[in-house]
Design a protein around this ligand. Structure first.
Ligand code: SF4
Length: 250
């Protein structure tokens, strides 16, 4: 892994989905095969290493955030919008944790989104944030398929367990079923029942390199609009029967 310590110019940035986003890391050691960030980050970060093998660590992120927060207009903050805030580098650098300590004092609504059960390290801190949502992305119930497409993410079972812990503690929890990769999604919804407040669902966009990877590993059947429409129907029915509020965005 190529790890570069950098100083960012800004850490609290405008976002189209929430009001602001905070990304302590550029690049991601989780190395998902379908990662859309892999399409643009190497271009502007100047890295030529393969996706998943480099990360720029914004070592001044907490200090910058503490300066930017008081000057920012009101609004909700999303950590992180691009690269996973609980990727492996977080164990060594603790930037997400340091940023969350600052965000807790801001009184703003915070959404934390990750694919890692590493978020449990900060369980006590996160549950002490007055307005917080924990969103965990889970793309399939199938451990083997998940480890193929998301080699260094936590297993689906570990992610569901993390959601359960936060939900039991009274933290607002969401699952992002997306991007959908093959598996038994009705079963996945069943496993999420009682552990999440809501669910967001999105399909996978097959850019050419993702298509090639999926075909190489025998997932050609899951490359069509028809497949996603069928998955949409299965997931919507399962969510309805489990009584989980949901938004399906494709
Ligand atoms: S965890 Fe997110 S940012 Fe990291 S490689 Fe996977 S999709 Fe990309």
């Amino acid at each position: 892994m190529v790890v570069r310590e950098v100083r960012a110019k800004s850490i609290l940035n405008a976002s189209k989905i929430y009001d602001f986003c905070v990304n302590p890391y550029t690049g991601c050691g989780v190395a998902c095969r379908y990662c859309y960030a892999a399409l643009f980050i190497p271009r502007y970060s100047g890295h030529s290493e393969p996706w998943g093998t480099f990360v720029d660590v914004k070592v001044n992120a907490p200090e910058l955030l503490a300066r930017q927060i008081p000057r920012a207009k009101p609004g909700q903050i999303w950590i992180a919008s691009v690269c996973d805030p609980y990727q492996p580098a977080e164990e060594r650098f603790g930037l997400t944790r340091a940023c969350l300590e600052i965000l807790r004092e801001s009184g703003r609504r915070i959404t934390i989104q990750t694919k890692s059960a590493r978020i449990l390290r900060d369980f006590d801190l996160i549950r002490s944030i007055p307005k917080v949502n924990v969103t965990i992305s889970i793309t399939t119930d199938d451990e083997k398929t998940a480890s193929l497409f998301e080699p260094r993410a936590s297993s689906p079972a570990e992610r569901i367990e993390a959601l359960a812990r936060f939900h039991e503690a009274g933290v607002h929890t969401s699952a992002f079923i997306g991007p959908i990769i093959p598996g038994d999604h009705a079963r996945l919804v069943g496993l999420l029942a009682g552990k999440v407040d809501d669910v967001l669902v999105d399909r996978l966009n097959y850019v050419p390199q993702v298509r090639a990877f999926a075909e190489r590993h025998g997932f050609g059947h899951a490359l069509t609009d028809a497949y996603f429409l069928e998955r949409r129907r299965v997931i919507a029915a399962a969510l309805k029967s489990a009584g989980i509020p949901a938004r399906i965005v494709f």
